[in-house]
Design a binder for this molecule. Structure first.
Ligand code: FE2
Length: 437
């Protein structure tokens, strides 16, 4: 007797005709023929041969800024730097309730999209730590249905930002504020070395932040080299500090866009260093393709990091959403299949194997980067999964497939109707689903 039984599912690894039995919020059985042997289950979902996947995971997001598009104005140049300046204008006007309300709305969108785990950066360059307290509250509120992991992110640089600019009475340094955020319960140490004033201070910031993470036994996730400047090489320092401090497997480099513009010879040295250090990478295709290359005329660089080459070296690579309707990006809806779709195009990952890797980049890879416990469809894993209106992962990306059912800890938390259009054409079928079958 299962609490929930899913029948006739196709799994992301290609297995078909699979039944999934759920008991006590965990997967109790997963394989062929389980339904035939099972006694009556409390709830049954017939997958009808469609894809059941572990939930989507976003390993790079900014939930303190989400849905603030247009406040107080729109980013006209579209550059990273105008986005940072705009966020700086918005920050003093923020109130906690509004941050919480916008974040809660986005979490609703996420659940509707089968996105059940998000690592969000939260800006610590604020003497009030307003966004930190707001997102800690959101994390508590959504915990029953969404795993939220917070990164202490010094948006204006731990060495560059002087809190007295915002509050003359403040006696904390930017680094102190980041440590206070960690004391309050923020999970991961962030950074932004390419935004510090000099290459040297960027290097220094990586060292200080990695040492802080080692002292606290925390993970690290830095915005690293989010620039078209090929000389921005802080990822090299991040890999070095990871090995020096024994942080292998716990450090992630986000964006790494300068790698797009680096000299090939240097990259041939750099990628093995990243692999040896066990540092993972998150590219953010929607944002990288719109923000990078803004100083170019033609040809315009794509500005996304070298995803196929990193994967070929055995490095874990995820695709993140990064922004939804905020000072940096005016679009987005929390749909990780849209993120995978863009990543596939920008990285030209068009082989069958590479397209499947793009699906993994919004599911298993970010789950590994976040260190999610019990992620997957094997017996014993948490009963979190999504039924898609697609036959397999590549079709799911192609169609940004409808999420027919989203299950969290064995309970259906969201449903969508199948996408069907009705034709009124003589001699042609009356229903079109855009699927191959
Ligand atoms: Fe970011």
């Amino acid at each position: 007797m299962f609490d929930l039984l899913v029948t006739n599912a196709t799994l992301p690894d290609g297995r078909t005709g699979i039944d999934i039995g759920v008991s006590g919020g965990r997967i109790a059985a997963c394989g062929a023929g389980i339904a035939a042997q099972a006694a009556a289950s409390a709830e049954v979902i017939d997958a009808a041969g469609q894809l059941v996947t572990p939930p989507f995971v976003d390993a790079h997001f900014h939930m303190d800024a989400v849905l603030s598009y247009g406040l107080p104005r729109i980013n006209e140049s579209g550059t990273l730097l105008e986005g940072i300046a705009l966020w700086g204008e918005l920050k003093p006007t923020l109130v906690q309730d509004a941050i919480i309300s916008r974040a809660m709305t986005y979490c609703d969108w996420a659940v509707a999209n089968g996105l059940l785990a998000i690592r969000t950066h939260v800006d610590t360059c604020d003497p009030r730590l307003l966004a930190v307290e707001a997102l800690l509250e959101v994390k508590r509120k959504v915990a029953p249905y969404l795993d939220l992991q917070l990164v202490a992110f010094p948006q204006d640089g731990i060495l560059r930002y002087d809190p007295r600019a915002d509050d003359p009475a403040c006696t904390d340094t930017a680094f102190d504020l980041l440590k206070k955020a960690l004391d309050l319960g923020v999970d991961v140490v962030g950074g932004i070395p390419h935004f510090e004033q000099t290459m040297q201070s960027g290097t220094e910031s990586v060292r200080l932040l990695c040492e802080e993470a080692a002292r606290r036994s925390l993970r690290v996730d830095m915005h690293c080299d989010e620039t078209d400047d090929p000389m921005s090489r802080h990822i090299e320092t991040l890999a070095f500090e990871t090995r020096r401090l024994g942080l292998q497997g716990r450090v992630n480099g986000s964006h790494l866009t300068s790698m797009h513009s680096m000299d090939n010879y240097y990259v041939s040295k750099l990628i093995p260093l990243i692999a040896q250090a066990g540092v993972s990478a998150v590219a953010n295709p929607l944002i990288n393709i719109t923000i990078q290359g803004r100083h170019d005329t033609y040809p315009k660089r794509r500005g996304m990091t070298r995803v196929p080459e990193l994967l070929a070296a055995g490095i874990t690579v995820a695709f993140g959403h990064d922004c939804v309707m905020d000072p940096w990006y005016g679009l987005g809806s929390g749909d990780m299949l849209e993120v995978a779709h863009m990543g596939l195009h920008v990285a030209q990952m068009t082989s069958r194997v590479a397209m499947k890797q793009c699906f993994d980049a919004v599911t298993a890879a970010p789950a590994a980067i976040m260190g999610l416990d019990g992620y997957g469809l094997e017996p014993g894993c948490r009963a979190d999964f999504v039924l898609l209106q697609a036959a397999e992962p590549v079709e799911a990306i192609r169609l940004r497939a409808a999420r027919l059912a989203v299950v969290r800890r064995g309970r259906v938390v969201a449903t969508s109707e199948p996408r069907v259009s009705r034709l009124r054409l003589a001699g042609r079928p009356d229903a079109v689903r855009l699927t191959r079958q």
